[in-house]
Structure formats: C-alpha cells, structure tokens
Design a binder for this molecule. Structure first.
Ligand SMILES: Cc1cc2nc3c(=O)[nH]c(=O)nc-3n(C[C@H](O)[C@H](O)[C@H](O)COP(=O)(O)O)c2cc1C
Length: 398
C-alpha cells in the first residue's frame, strides 16, 4: 500500500528553537515516504540550521522571506497554501504558537499559516518553564479549539539543563502521528488485539531461551491499526521498541505470561493478529540459582509450551484470526497446514533467515494465504506497508 503522504504536498514549517536540527531528519523521513515537501523557515530558524540542507533534501527552494523575489509573478505564501495537503510545524516556538493563536501574520511562515485550509499539525518545543506559562498553555488551547492538531512535547532532559516537558518528540514519532491524522479511519470502532516480539523461557536467573524476533512486524501492525482509527491492544514480549502512540501495551516475558494475557484480552477483541514468535518449548525445570559451569556437558530437558494460536482458533467464534508463519523452508506447505489446523482466516508466511526479510529487519517479503484457498505473493516491502496491506485484506476479504 502506498503511504498516505506519497505524492502529497506537505509543507514543513521550521521556527527558531533548539530542536530545529531534528526537522532535517523529519524532512528526510517525509522524502522517504515520497511526499513532495516544501520548507518554510522563520528568520530565527536560520540561526539554528542552514537553508541549504533543507533545499538539498527537499530539492525545492526554501521560503524564508515574505517579500523575496521568486522569479515569476506568483505569490508564494498563497500558492503554497492552496496546494498544501498538510502542514507541520516542527519545532514550533512559543513565539510562532502565540502568533498563530493570535492570527498575526508578520513573516513568511505565520502569513502562510493564515492562508492554509488543510490540516495543520503543531509540535511545540521549548524550555519547560516557557511551556508551562499560562500564555503558552492558553495559546495551545486556542490552537486546538481552532481545529489545529497539537503533538504534545515529551518530558526529559532539555538542552537548557532542565528536566521536564518541552522536548520535541523523535522524528519517527512525529511522522507516525502525521500518518495517523491523514489516514482513512476505516478501522474506527474495531477492537484489535496484536501480539509481537519473542518470549523468554527461563533456564536460571541469568539465562533464558529465546529467538531473534524484534517485534517490529507486530508493532507496525498495531501502529497501522491505530492510525486507521482502531482500538488497539498490543501484547508484546521483550523488545527495545517504544510503546506506539494511543495503543494499550501489555508487556510480558514468558510464553505462559503471553498465553494468559492473550486469553484475557481476546474476550474484548474482534480481530486478533498474532505476530509474536512464542517459544514452542521451555525448560522443564528452572534453576533457582545460577547454574555453575562445572560439567563439560549440560542437558536441558524441554517441555512444550501451550499452543496459544491453536487455542485462540478453537475459541475464536466470529472473530477474525490472523497468524504469522516464519519458516526456513517449504513455506507454502507449512503455512497451508497452519491455516487449517489453527482455524485461521489469514496466514502471513515469510521465509526467515534472509538479510532483508524476517527477524529484526525493517522489510519483509511475505505471502498471504487466505482461508478460501487463494494466496497473494508480495515483493519485499516495508513492514509498515505489509501491516497496511494486511489490514486492507482483513477489511475486504474475510
Ligand atoms: C539558543 C536559543 C535556543 C532557543 N530555543 C528555543 C526553543 O527551543 N523554543 C522556543 O520556543 N524558543 C527558543 N528560543 C527563543 C526563540 O528563538 C525566540 O523566541 C524567537 O523569537 C523565535 O522566533 P520564531 O518563532 O520566529 O522562529 C531560543 C533562543 C535561543 C537564543
């Protein structure tokens, strides 16, 4: 599926805050999504980052001056405003927030904003004391009631040394929110349960059995479903990935904990998408103390864990159930067996053990097998795209 901002005209507004350097990365992410990006910088933003970087990355002239000569007779702030599909100001200073809230138009960016009719997303970033002033809070409330989207800053250590709210979220998170605002809300009202990541089966207090699943595929599915308006619960094994915005996240360790969480949460779900790589076996006994390396050989006796997918399949009633099959060979055969044995609606099969597909990568090459016996083979895609295609198929096919 193409990104919702592919070929769309996005205007990135950059004002004079310390986080202006992050907007370079944000621009790069927009370009990666194949958006057409124009950049408007305030004069003060130029004190923090050079226009050349933005011009080179966007391959478009950067606007900084309302009265600059643009070669033809066009009025840039009006033309760009008419053509824009979305505007994002990151970072937004206290100053530009105040100007937009008050309807002031005294430079290229603030004048452009007054002429815009598309969604405007504002990302405040400033020192905590500034952020907490009544004036800034009032202005942000005004922006929200005027219909603008505000992405609240994160808390953390700021450049000025203070710890508190005011930090610009990471560019990936801002992109995620932008996609969410612009996505069709075709999963609105649907309750979706997603599982992700590996599990860890304890051998002793310092060792476990696990697998290389990074959780990226499941997190991508949870993000995509949230972006499309779904109520999403994500149950995940140990991963380094941050909680997706607006998703209820349950973090578990072992297969047993995963099973309990899934059986509890499935009661309230209509769609269940299981991407987790749950251990099939766990040590039959767990040592209370660290096992010392005295013997040359150590035999671990393993026992089977519960087959969560199969049990969910048995109790699924009219829920839609999707499983993932990671195989190293005979994908079609194993995925087909899984589809029937576990009472699934869709199996997303992928061959793991390749550098661009499967565990830990950002891309995946999958085949979707449907319960009516048909299948679709996809080229190598970003996991975010695989997630959206899967949701499309869930809505259409089953
Ligand atoms: C080193 C430095 C860092 C600054 N960082 C911020 C900031 O993060 N957020 C903010 O609102 N203002 C910040 N300011 C103040 C703004 O640059 C100032 O209010 C300016 O008028 C903003 O202009 P603009 O909104 O037209 O870009 C900073 C100023 C300096 C000197």
């Amino acid at each position: 599926m193409k990104s919702v901002i592919k070929n769309k005209n996005i205007v990135l507004g950059v004002s004079g805050g310390i986080a202006a350097y992050k907007s370079v990365e944000l621009l790069r992410l927009f370009i990666k999504e194949e958006a057409n990006v124009r950049v408007i910088m305030t004069k003060n933003a130029l004190e923090f980052v050079g226009r050349l970087t933005f011009e080179a990355l966007s391959r478009q002239p950067v606007s900084t001056d309302l009265f600059e000569k643009v070669g033809d007779a066009s009025i840039r702030h009006i033309d760009w405003a008419n053509e824009a599909d979305a505007v994002i100001i990151a970072p937004a200073t206290a100053n530009i927030i105040g100007k937009i809230a008050g309807g002031i138009a005294d430079d290229a960016l603030s004048t452009f904003i007054l002429a815009v009719t598309c969604p405007v997303i504002i990302c405040p970033s400033m020192n905590t004391n500034m952020f907490e002033t009544k004036a800034v809070r009032r202005n942000l409330d005004r922006l929200k009631s005027d219909g603008h989207f505000v992405i609240e800053p994160e808390s953390g250590e700021l450049a000025c040394g203070i710890t508190g709210p005011g930090r610009l979220p990471e560019p990936e998170d801002i992109l995620d929110r932008l996609l969410s605002y612009l996505s069709p809300k075709d999963m609105k009202g649907k309750r979706i349960l997603v599982t992700a990541g590996p599990t860890r089966e304890i051998i002793d207090p310092v060792r476990f059995i696990s697998n290389p699943s990074s959780g990226k595929m499941g997190f991508a599915v949870a993000r995509a479903a949230e972006q499309r308006g779904g109520d999403v619960i994500l149950i995940t094994g140990p991963t380094d990935l941050p909680d997706p915005h607006n998703v209820t996240v349950v973090r578990v360790g072992t297969a047993r904990e995963m099973a309990l969480a899934v059986f509890e949460q499935m009661k309230n779900s209509e769609i269940i998408i299981k991407t987790a790589a749950v251990s099939d076996y766990r040590p039959k006994e767990q040592a209370g103390q660290k096992i010392k390396k005295e013997k040359d050989e150590l035999v671990l006796l393993l026992e089977k864990t519960r087959d969560i997918l199969k049990e969910v399949g048995r109790r699924k009633e009219d829920r839609i159930l999707v499983g993932f099959a990671a195989e190293t060979e005979n994908l079609e055969q194993y995925a087909g067996i899984k589809l029937v044995e576990k009472n699934l609606d869709i199996v997303v099969g992928n061959l793991v053990g390749r550098s661009s597909s499967g565990f830990g990568t950002d891309t995946n090459k999958v085949t979707m097998f449907y319960k009516d016996g048909t299948k679709e083979v996809f080229p190598e895609l970003q996991k975010d795209d695989v997630a959206h295609i899967l949701l499309d198929r869930i809505l259409k096919k089953v």
